[in-house]
Design a protein around this ligand. Structure first.
Ligand SMILES: [Zn+2]
Length: 226
């Protein structure tokens, strides 16, 4: 079991640390309001208006903690209660990041288009890939394992393509909150930046974890083929 710890412990610790950082940054910057006084929903609406997307994008409240996301099929920003109704720097940062995804969608940002195209295969891969790999190893049927490995590879591709999508959405948020005066001055800018950077780290951690898993499965399958 020792090698399993060596392989998986660093990525597990990285993802726990990233989760901790994002919660910490969010709660810290939830206590201070942006001087513009806009709530997350209002800030996102202002950003969508400035991008000419107010008509095609709805903003809705969704249950959950940090469950905020943009739904490209329904053209809807879904903001959690802590973000939707709050005028904190954390709320504004998260809301405007999601509005950044709406802008990417409207402009057919290539990594987003690619990511959305990979989603069906990646979701099969994340549920079925592992099962096929184990079944193939158990039945000594190498092609089944390799099929599982290829499906799991789609998960890794998804995570890698997701990185520019997330970084770019945050870049839109940083640029537009400053330009529209939603966030003003050095202190407010730094607070929003720290929330967005913490969130970005969770995606880096998820990518590292998927990559390590893929390499481990590949090693397991190829190591079994004599
Ligand atoms: Zn995002």
């Amino acid at each position: 079991m020792g090698y399993l710890l060596i392989v998986f412990l660093p990525t597990l610790l990285l993802s726990l640390y990233a989760q901790f950082r994002v919660r910490h940054a969010f709660s810290k910057h939830s206590k201070v309001n942006a001087s513009s006084g806009l709530t997350g929903a209002e800030a996102a609406a202002a950003m969508l208006r400035a991008a000419g997307l107010a008509d095609r994008t709805a903003i809705e409240r969704v249950d959950g903690f940090l469950s905020d996301h943009y739904n490209p099929r329904k053209k809807t920003l879904r903001l959690s209660p802590d973000v939707y109704d709050n005028a904190s720097l954390a709320a504004v940062g998260v809301a405007c990041h999601e509005a950044g995804h709406a802008i990417q969608d409207a402009r057919k940002y290539a990594p987003l288009v690619l990511r959305n195209a990979i989603v069906p295969t990646a979701s099969i891969g994340s549920s079925l890939g592992y099962i096929l790999i184990i079944a193939g190893l158990f039945l000594q049927w190498a092609n089944l394992s390799l099929l599982g490995l290829a499906l799991f590879g789609a998960v890794v591709v998804f995570q890698i393509v997701n990185l520019p999508v997330e970084f770019n959405a945050s870049a839109h948020a940083r640029e537009m909150t400053a330009r529209l005066g939603i966030v003003r001055g050095q202190t407010e800018t730094a607070a929003v930046s720290s929330v967005l950077s913490a969130a970005a780290m969770t995606y880096v951690a998820a990518t590292a974890a998927a990559l390590v898993n893929l390499l481990y499965y590949a090693w397991m399958i190829l190591g079994n083929r004599e």
